[in-house]
Write a protein that binds this ligand. Structure first.
Ligand code: HEC
Ligand code: HEC
Length: 282
């Protein structure tokens, strides 16, 4: 008996320590999505001297997105009923994610990448809602958003409707899903008069200003010289997870390298497999 028990404990530890997607609860799956590939903290957790201040995780207030059309801040998405989203139903949270509309009907400004989140599978959007209920509640009151023009929501091509998880056995399909929910192409596609230029997906060329100065997103299409075609898989993964370019140069924010670093190796492999299929862009 004692022997069998020890064996069972060991086996359990191995499963818990490795992966076992099948054994994940919805809240665990939601934690994985929120804290790694979907980088929610990049916009919903205040930045401290050493990056996102996880003691104030998801309490909002910064960053501030100030444009001619709106001035908004990352919201408090902890379960506080007054100042967070504790009073929202699961359906309310999923509607905000996938359709960009609050329970009171007011649309969310586009820094919240709902145009990409339309692709979320029903299981994954439910998982995110389940996880958000478990995070530490904070009464932090975020300044009200100001809208100076009508909010236009733009669905990213392919993200209009939920993906079919049955297709995820194909690594490229899984990678496409992950790259979409990670909103990689929101930063890595040039903008024309503020709108993403869908004819140049992956070409980069967007400028980001912040405490780091200025960074310009790079070409991550499969272009032979301007994109990633000649990079090795390991070089691409190092750029995504460590923020180190092919030549060893340090890459700047706002890309959330530290969050992507905690993705599973299988998910990273799928992302690389998909990036290799992105048509070459100049
Ligand atoms: C690139 C920045 C960005 C990312 C990434 C992002 N958000 Fe947001 N989110 C925002 C901003 C900005 C707002 C407020 C928009 C407004 O006020 O119109 C917002 C609003 C929301 C709201 C509505 C809250 C309210 O009180 O109205 C929810 C819910 C939300 N985000 C959840 C998430 C979750 C969950 C993730 C990750 C899966 C995420 N967001 C990722 C920027 C972002
Ligand atoms: C919030 C904007 C943003 C998001 C989201 C984002 N990136 Fe980036 N990425 C950048 C910027 C800006 C740079 C260039 C930084 C610099 O030059 O210092 C960059 C650099 C890179 C590089 C290095 C390319 C080179 O030539 O060195 C790769 C590869 C990359 N990103 C892939 C991705 C992938 C894959 C995703 C999604 C999983 C992603 N990025 C999400 C903004 C973003």
């Amino acid at each position: 008996m004692a022997g069998a028990c020890a064996a069972a404990v060991t086996a359990g530890a191995v499963v818990a320590g490795t992966i076992g997607a099948a054994a994940q609860t919805p809240a665990e799956r939601g934690a994985y999505l929120v804290n790694t590939v979907m980088t929610c903290h990049n916009c919903h957790t205040p930045i401290g001297p050493n990056g996102p201040d996880m003691a104030r995780a998801l309490t909002g207030g910064t960053p501030v997105f100030d444009t001619p059309a709106f001035k908004v801040r990352g919201s408090n998405i902890t379960p506080d009923r007054q100042n967070g989203i504790g009073a929202w139903s699961d359906a309310d949270i999923e509607k905000a994610l996938r359709h960009g509309v609050r329970p009171n009907g007011v649309p969310l400004a586009p820094p919240m990448p709902t145009g990409f989140y339309g692709v979320l599978t029903p299981a994954d959007s439910a998982a995110i809602a389940a996880y958000l209920r478990t995070v530490r509640s904070s009464p932090n009151k975020v300044e009200m958003p100001v809208y100076k023009a009508a909010i236009e929501r733009e669905a990213f091509p392919g993200a209009e409707t939920p993906a079919d998880p049955a297709t995820f056995s194909d690594n490229v399909k899984l990678g496409e899903y992950l790259v979409t929910i990670a909103h990689c192409m929101e930063c890595h596609t040039p903008r024309e008069k503020g709108r993403l230029d869908f004819s140049a997906i992956g070409a980069g060329r967007q400028e980001f200003k912040g405490p780091w100065g200025v960074s310009v997103s790079r070409n991550i299409s499969s272009h032979p010289t301007k994109g990633l075609a000649s990079w090795t898989d390991a070089e691409i993964k190092r750029a995504i997870t460590e923020g180190v370019s092919r030549d060893g140069g340090k890459l700047k924010p706002p890309m959330g390298y530290g969050f992507y670093a905690r993705m599973t190796p299988a998910d990273l492999d799928a992302i690389v497999a998909y990036l290799r299929t992105v048509p070459p862009r100049e």
